[in-house]
Design a protein around this ligand. Structure first.
Ligand SMILES: *[C@@H]1O[C@H](CO)[C@@H](O)[C@H](O)[C@H]1NC(C)=O
Ligand SMILES: *[C@@H]1O[C@H](CO)[C@@H](O)[C@H](O)[C@H]1NC(C)=O
Length: 540
């Protein structure tokens, strides 16, 4: 079993294997029953917690809570409308403030029943200690969320100042001077490097972020830095440590960060076996309601200048009980799937999923062979999650020496060449979606100098606002899996070398640093939030 699958089996992943690991599931189940019992005991005896949490998971749930989401989504032709579009074009089409956005910007809720989103992935055992609400934490209310009728309030004082600064920044970016050469930015990676450079500079000069101190630990303010959901943890840690962008005075802020962890929500609030995300949605609804009641900032834009950063597969679904959170807030999520009506391109941000094996050295073992020493054409190994991978396997498993397409990498092969060594020795690394569109393999491929081949219709790629993904990756539509080899062989040797060189140059934009450096992953994420916020600022 490769490391990735081990991690999944340990519980950081979004799905559990079946079949061969049946005995393991049994052990997990026993552990689960024991820990759930302990959890309830500790809660009911010492803490006043809201009623929903104490309700036994099965008996009181309505039948709707067991409705399963379809495991396959309708497929749409893969489109990349923002690619190649100059900023001015995307700005002019987005000059509606979110508050008065046309209904088409706001997609209909896919809710089968209120709060009843059900995982596409078989849920796993919660993997952490019990949730202990802090004293100031608001109990769960039954207040229904206000319907969204945002009315922009005339602004005075500091509000007006922060608005003017955003307008100034937006104008400055639209008139960006053309950059011909920049020692730190490799132009072919970007849609328009002049725009990116100018926007980044304006961010450094202007942007201030306020972080709410509210929220119980460990659901909030508790970054976890390892595993496949590490991106939300790293962002939280680096944002909370930051002094350049963070302000103590919320009146000076252009953006407001809701510092919760979607992974902790999953660990602490999901009732094992319930197949319902409702407790997670309820927590978020009440968290936002408490913030919007306590401070004036949320209501000012109905949440449009607020953002969350969440990498768990369920993160987009758990916003469903708060209309404004779901529709207006900038959601920075790994599961950037435009087909589900929750993630909105140009407003929300696709968060790069990074699988961090060793938090002390997140960049361990990066790098790979030069193009000339990559003997394998294409490589994939992994579990059969989701709709795409079984199709990939059906067409390519044991068909062709050039196409090394496996299920979990067989032991006898792994003994000769590890998963990572395969990535370092292949020309193309196939990154098919799992249960959800995103995959940690994309960033893994970038770390090991392998050109990623992305198969996930409707996926908005990370930093697609500014990066030209065609310069360093191949996007293959799901329907084209049968001609995968042909497509890859159609890429000339020269073009491949150029792409692989670009991957190497791209890498720094996808790296976590203990102390963030210019243009690294932390700053790229913050930039995308800033950039998308500007998309929705009205320039008179
Ligand atoms: C990049 O954007 C700037 C500013 O809008 C524009 O002047 C320039 O022509 C654009 N460059 C390319 C290559 O599109
Ligand atoms: C914000 O709006 C909500 C409902 O629209 C209201 O309950 C809340 O009190 C408002 N917050 C403030 C600080 O006025």
């Amino acid at each position: 079993m490769i490391d990735y699958e081990k991690a999944v089996a340990r519980g950081v992943g979004s799905g559990g294997g079946a079949g061969a690991r049946g005995w393991r599931s049994l052990l997990l189940l026993v552990a689960l029953v024991a820990s759930t019992a302990a959890l309830y005991a500790s809660f009911s005896s010492t803490l006043r917690v809201s009623a929903w949490f104490l309700v036994p998971p099965l008996s009181n749930s309505s039948p709707e809570e067991f409705v399963l989401l379809p495991s396959t989504c309708p497929t749409h032709p893969h489109t990349r409308p923002l690619l190649g579009r100059p900023l001015s074009a995307s700005l002019s089409s987005a000059q509606v403030p979110v508050s008065t956005a046309s209904p088409s910007l706001i997609a209909p809720s896919p809710s089968p029943a209120e709060g009843a989103y059900v995982p596409k992935a078989p849920p796993l055992v919660p993997d952490g200690p019990g949730f202990i609400p802090s004293p100031g934490f608001l109990p769960v209310s039954t207040v229904t969320p206000p319907s969204v009728a945002p009315v922009p309030r005339p602004r005075v004082g500091d509000d007006a100042m922060t608005d003017l600064q955003l307008i100034h920044a937006k104008k400055a970016i639209a008139g960006a001077p053309v950059v011909l050469h920049d020692p730190d930015l490799y132009a072919p990676l970007f849609l328009n490097v002049s725009v990116f450079k100018r926007s980044y500079k304006m961010m450094e000069r202007i942007l201030k972020v306020y972080i709410y101190e509210d929220g119980p630990k460990p659901l909030c303010h508790t970054p976890q830095l390892d595993g496949i959901y590490a991106s939300e943890g790293w962002f939280m840690k680096l944002m909370e440590e930051n002094t350049q962008f963070v302000v103590k005075d919320p009146n000076k802020a252009h953006l407001f960060y809701l510092p919760y962890s979607s992974r902790q929500l999953r660990t602490q609030l999901y009732v094992a076996g319930s197949r319902s995300m409702k407790p997670l949605s309820i927590f978020l609804r009440d968290y936002v309601n408490s913030i919007s009641a306590k401070y004036p900032f949320w209501n000012r834009t109905r949440g449009a200048d607020h953002f969350l950063v969440a990498c768990h597969d369920w993160a987009t679904y758990t916003t469903n009980l708060h209309e404004e959170l779901r529709k207006n807030t900038i959601k920075v999520v790994c599961n950037a799937d435009v087909s589900e009506g929750v993630f909105v391109r140009g407003k929300d941000v696709s968060l790069a999923e990074t699988y961090v094996r060793t938090p002390n050295s997140p960049r361990k073992a990066i790098g790979g062979r030069p193009a000339s020493r990559r003997s394998i054409l294409a490589f994939f190994a992994g579990q059969m999650h989701g709709r795409v991978r079984p199709i990939l396997l059906r067409h390519w498993r044991r068909r062709d020496r050039d196409m090394r397409i496996y299920e979990v990498l067989p032991d006898e092969i792994a003994a000769k060449m590890s998963y990572i060594e395969h990535m370092k020795s292949s020309k193309f690394c196939i990154c098919p979606m799992g249960y959800e569109v995103n995959s940690p393999r994309i960033v893994e491929a970038i770390y090991y100098d392998c050109v990623p081949v992305i198969i996930a219709d409707n996926f908005v790629l990370p930093f697609q606002e500014v990066l030209d993904w065609s310069a360093f990756s191949v996007v293959v539509a799901e329907k084209d899996i049968p001609s995968l080899k042909e497509i890859l062989l159609g890429i000339s040797g020269r073009r491949y070398v150029r792409m692989q060189t670009n991957v190497r140059r791209l890498r720094k934009h996808f790296l976590w640093n203990d102390k963030p450096v210019k243009y690294d992953l932390f700053h790229m994420i913050l930039h995308s939030i800033w950039f998308n916020r500007l998309n929705h600022v009205h320039v008179r």
